[in-house]
Design a protein around this ligand. Structure first.
Ligand SMILES: N=CN[C@@H](CCC(=O)O)C(=O)O
Ligand SMILES: [Zn+2]
Length: 398
């Protein structure tokens, strides 16, 4: 049974060749078609896209009543497998306590103590929360287990919800290894990594990640991060990096040098970091996570300068219990527009097309693509930032 969707006041295709040529440069970037229609096959593949007046017949039809349709958000950075509550840490930060990564140990203890069923239920609720806000694809990291068994368990649970799983055994050095950091790096790059790829390179994790942050006593310096990333790459995993979150450091340049798909945070960038990102365009995306700056009272990265320099900029939530317990991509978009100088079109593109690319995906609405769609209770994508905090967008169930 094919389905014809009509009543689409504005369709963002992310395909500039498909746009109707009307509107401003932002509309061209998004490949916007006004008064559009879509045909989706019974197995959820887009069969036809275009102006409603040219739409072909289908087995059934649904009128969306003048709403805007966009590609489902691709949240390419999240940490959903955790138990426990760190709201008091957030409250303390709001009155001046800085974030240093130390609170991760609290989540590690609570996560280790939780049962599989409890963790799975927590992840299910968070994924549902995301979907109710327009996210149809999510990357999920491990990183609150930090033993071989607990990291594998986190990845197995994450795999129940997404193929885009990331091994983050190198999130922080767990307390039991504080006096022997090298032994923990050896564990991550040896037995843990071996177990992650035991059934094939991408059986349990698609990527490897490391919190490269010399400004945190808990995270990893440049040499340690290099060891983790090179081991992961040799084992067949794609590379992602948490870099330059708390201060200047080697994370961004290391990510670009090693061909990472994404380097995330990018809050503190030197000129050499921006140059490395420009040179790595097409390979390494800079994923900005403005919910983190909001929730840690930190300065926002200068997305405008990055885009103007030619860097590929993605947006994601970084939903996690410490630095940003928000699963909302619309919130990230509103912050990107209000605080980081992105246009509404650039922000939507960054949270769909560019974040998708960082996961090796193509997020266009075009024939042959999976119909991963979100619908707005509004006539245009501008309302995502304009109506900040109002729940106007959700994944479209076909
Ligand atoms: N920086 C490292 N990891 C998370 C925070 C994790 C936590 O504090 O629990 C982040 O991306 O910000
Ligand atoms: Zn993160």
């Amino acid at each position: 049974m094919s389905l014809l969707l009509t009543g689409i006041a504005e369709l963002t295709t992310n395909d500039p060749s498909r746009g109707d040529g009307l509107g401003d440069p932002g509309d061209a970037l998004l490949g916007i078609v006004r008064d559009a229609a879509l045909v989706v096959s019974a197995d959820g593949v887009v069969e036809w896209v275009g102006p409603a007046r040219e739409a072909p017949d289908a087995d059934s039809r649904r009128d969306l009543g003048g709403r805007a349709v966009i590609p489902g958000f691709v949240d390419s950075h999240s940490h959903l497998v955790f138990a426990g509550d760190r709201s008091a840490e957030f409250a303390a930060r709001m009155t001046g306590t800085p974030y240093d990564g130390g609170g991760i140990a609290v989540s590690v203890a609570a996560t280790r103590a939780a049962s599989d069923d409890e963790l799975r239920a927590l992840v299910a609720a968070r994924v549902a929360e995301m979907r109710s806000q327009g996210t149809t694809t999510v990357e999920i990291k491990s990183g609150y287990g930090l033993t071989l068994e607990d990291e594998l368990r986190s990845l197995r649970i994450a795999r129940d919800f997404t193929p885009h799983t990331t091994f983050l055994g190198a999130h922080v050095v767990p307390r039991e290894y504080a006096s022997d950091r090298a032994a923990y790096v050896d564990l991550v790059t040896g037995p843990m990594l071996d177990a992650v790829v035991a059934d094939g390179p991408t059986s349990l994790a698609e990527s490897i990640d490391v919190f490269c942050e010399p400004h945190s006593a808990h995270a990893f310096d440049g040499d340690e991060a290099r060891a983790v990333l090179e081991a992961g790459r040799a084992a067949g995993l794609a590379i992602r990096v948490h870099g330059n979150q708390l201060g200047h450091g080697p994370g961004v340049r290391l990510a670009c040098e090693l061909g990472a798909r994404s380097v995330d945070h990018c809050t503190f960038l030197a000129d050499a970091d921006v140059e490395a990102l420009v040179a790595a365009r097409g390979t390494t995306v800079a994923t900005l996570l403005p919910g983190v700056e909001f929730s840690t009272r930190s300065p926002y990265p200068d997305a405008r300068a990055l885009i103007d320099a030619g860097v590929d900029v993605a947006l994601a939530s970084d939903c996690n219990p410490g630095t940003c317990y928000s699963s909302s991509i619309p919130f990230a978009i509103a912050l990107a527009v209000r605080e980081m100088g992105m246009t509404p079109a650039e922000a939507l593109h960054a949270a769909t097309a560019v974040s998708a690319r960082s996961l090796g995906l193509d997020r266009r609405i075009a024939p042959g693509q999976a119909a991963e769609l979100a619908v707005l209770d509004a006539p245009s994508h501008l309302h995502l930032a304009y109506r900040a905090g109002v729940p106007i967008v959700r994944a479209l169930d076909l």
